[in-house]
Structure formats: structure tokens, C-alpha cells
Design a protein around this ligand. Structure first.
Ligand code: ASP
Length: 345
């Protein structure tokens, strides 16, 4: 009897070992990975009730698993990126699509971009007011136009011609963002600057969304969508639709989506800088991303963070603010859903 039990457990161990090996090999043959953010900023445990925290984590988890399942089924990276971003664009929790922040004139002007790492093809829209899903419009620019970035009315006309859903600008309205606008405008009438609002005011959280993936074909894709900055004026455009600043992908190095104070991300070319460091210096994704976010951006005064994935399916999600809504599944299948600093990997 004892022998039988020993034999059975030996076989069980062998089966388990083979199963484990084949799942590692399966991962290695066609590794897939996904990482996403829902914005970085002054987010502490004290700012969120338990139910708010749960709502964010549920939304992150839904976007994450939607994207991951598409990748598992062999979908293109760009389709996984767009599907995951659209879940967050449709959620009022994030500053993208519904729930986008207000401009100074009490409207919404949305920005989005997407980049494919095989061809370095890219598409972006900026300052659009009536396109229901800005990330879908960015994808259409990438796939169906000879251009990289379309702005304002031209982008809207193109998206109509592409058959994309159009909405009234009020479709993006939420009371919470209107209250934030009123508060920001009152502060800006005193000596408070935009820089101060971005770095210090707990009410003035970010909430841009972004997704990066490695698909089964080995392609890296990055996408970002945002309402930009509360109380922005004069057609201000941030980093999110700017290839190299808020979004970048190159199959030889990495895919990056950024969130934070866009003016700094533009000036420091953050997303491209991370990938370029990997390519030219031969450093790991983690090292390149940590260096840019903590040692370059932070000393310069730039608040925010990024999510990134490399060609092996490694994930990095550094940020230099108090929190960043983030989630990932790397090539080994390890899942992370987190908000605060102390939940850092
Ligand atoms: N980066 C965005 C912008 O400056 C804002 C954000 O990430 O929250 O438009």
C-alpha cells in the first residue's frame, strides 16, 4: 500500500513537473504581457474610501483581463490596447472619455495616441470634442491615414468619414470634474500656479489611461487616452497624443505609456527616452524606466509615472507621485493590481 502511495505521488509529481515545464515553455514560445495605468498623482489611502478603492480596482481588473484574454486568443496588440483603453474611457472614474476633465471654458478636449513597435507606425488625435472613443480615432489615423497626428475639427471630420461614433461634448460630463474645474479656477485666481495644482492639490488628481502590451506575434504596442489637464486653455495639448513623450513602442526595446504633468513629459521626451536607453545602453527595462522617472524627471519637477513592457514580457511601472492606478500581467503570468506607493512591486 505504502509503495502504491509512493508511486502515485511520484507520478503526480512528474505530471505536475511536466505541466509546469510546458506552461513555462508555452510562455516562452509566445510570451504575452500587458500593463496599464489609470493615472498618477496625489493618491493616498486617506483620499479614497474603501468602496472607491474597490471601484478603481474592479475597473482596472476588467480592463486588464479584457486585454489579456484578447492577447491569449492571439489578437493583435493594437486591438488589445484599444479594447482595454475603451473600458477605461467608458468609466467615469478616469480622465479619459466619460469623466474627462474640463477645460477653462467648461468643455472637454480629448487627446489620444497609439504606436505599433514593429513598423513604428503611429496615430494620434488632439483637442477633439465629439469623438466618442479618442483611442479608436487614433487607431484609425494609424491604420487608415498617411498622417500621424490630426487635431480638432480635422480629426473629427476624419473620424466621421471612418464611421466612428460621434457624441455631443456633454456626453463626457461628470459633476465631480465640474467641481474640480470650479475649484481649480478659484485657485488660479489667487497666486496658485498650474504647477502647484499638479503637484500638491489632492483634489487635482490625474486619471489619464494607458495600456502597453506584448502580443503573441512578438509585437509591442502602446496607447494612451486623456482629457488632459483641468482648466487647460488656448488649445493646450499635453504629452498623451505626442509620440515619444506620452506614448512610444519599438519591438527592439519596449512599449511605454505615460501619465503625469504633460509639459515635463514632452520636454523630457519620456516614453522614447526609456526605450532609447534600453537600445543604446543595453540596460534592463526596469533600470531605464526607474532612471528616467526618478533621476531625470523628478529632479526637473515633473510628477507622474509610466507603464512599460519589453520584448520578453517584463513589466515596469515606476512613478514618482504618491500613487498610480496600475495593473499588469507579465510573461510569467504574475498579476498586479495596485494604487498606492507601498503596494509597489
Ligand atoms: N499627461 C496628461 C496631460 O498632461 C495628464 C495626465 O496624465 O493626467 O495632458
Amino acid at each position: 500500500m505504502k509503495n502504491v502511495i509512493q508511486r502515485v505521488s511520484r507520478i503526480a509529481l512528474m505530471v505536475a513537473a511536466v505541466g509546469w515545464q510546458s506552461s513555462v515553455q508555452a510562455h516562452q514560445a509566445h510570451p504575452i504581457a500587458i500593463a496599464l495605468h489609470g493615472g498618477a498623482g496625489t493618491i493616498t489611502k486617506a483620499d479614497l474610501s474603501e468602496s472607491q478603492e474597490q471601484a478603481y480596482k474592479n475597473a482596472l481588473s476588467l480592463a486588464l483581463n479584457t486585454g489579456y484574454q484578447l492577447l491569449e486568443n492571439g489578437a493583435n496588440g493594437e486591438d488589445a490596447v484599444v479594447a482595454a483603453i475603451q473600458i477605461m474611457e467608458e468609466s467615469a472614474l478616469f480622465n479619459a472619455g466619460v469623466g474627462a476633465v474640463y477645460t477653462y471654458n467648461e468643455e472637454h478636449e480629448l487627446d489620444a495616441s497609439i504606436m505599433h513597435g514593429a513598423s513604428r507606425n503611429a496615430g494620434a488625435v488632439a483637442g477633439v470634442k465629439t469623438i466618442k472613443s479618442p483611442i479608436a480615432a487614433a487607431l484609425a489615423v494609424m491604420n487608415h491615414s498617411p498622417h500621424v497626428m490630426l487635431t480638432g475639427e480635422g480629426a473629427e471630420q476624419f473620424s466621421v468619414e471612418q464611421g466612428l461614433a460621434q457624441v455631443e461634448n456633454s456626453y463626457f460630463n461628470t459633476q465631480r470634474r465640474l467641481d474640480a474645474l470650479k475649484k481649480a479656477k478659484a485657485s488660479l485666481q489667487t497666486s496658485v500656479t498650474y504647477d502647484h495644482l499638479f503637484s500638491a492639490d489632492a483634489e487635482y488628481k490625474f486619471g489619464t489611461v494607458g495600456v502597453v502590451v506584448l502580443d503573441k506575434a512578438g509585437n509591442l504596442v502602446a496607447g494612451t487616452s486623456t482629457g488632459g489637464m483641468t482648466a487647460k486653455r488656448y488649445g493646450r495639448v499635453g504629452d498623451s497624443p505626442i509620440i515619444g513623450a506620452g506614448t512610444f513602442a519599438d519591438n527592439q526595446s519596449c512599449a511605454v505609456s505615460a501619465t503625469g504633468h504633460g509639459e515635463y513629459f514632452i520636454r523630457y521626451n519620456v516614453a522614447a527616452d526609456i526605450c532609447t536607453r534600453m537600445a543604446y545602453q543595453g540596460v534592463s527595462l526596469k533600470e531605464a524606466a526607474d532612471t528616467v522617472i526618478h533621476k531625470v524627471l523628478k529632479p526637473a519637477g515633473g510628477d507622474g509615472g509610466i507603464v512599460a513592457v519589453d520584448k520578453f514580457g517584463n513589466v515596469a511601472m515606476p512613478f514618482n507621485t504618491e500613487g498610480m492606478y496600475r495593473a499588469s500581467i507579465d510573461a510569467m503570468g504574475t498579476q498586479v493590481i495596485a494604487i498606492y506607493t507601498d503596494e509597489k512591486m
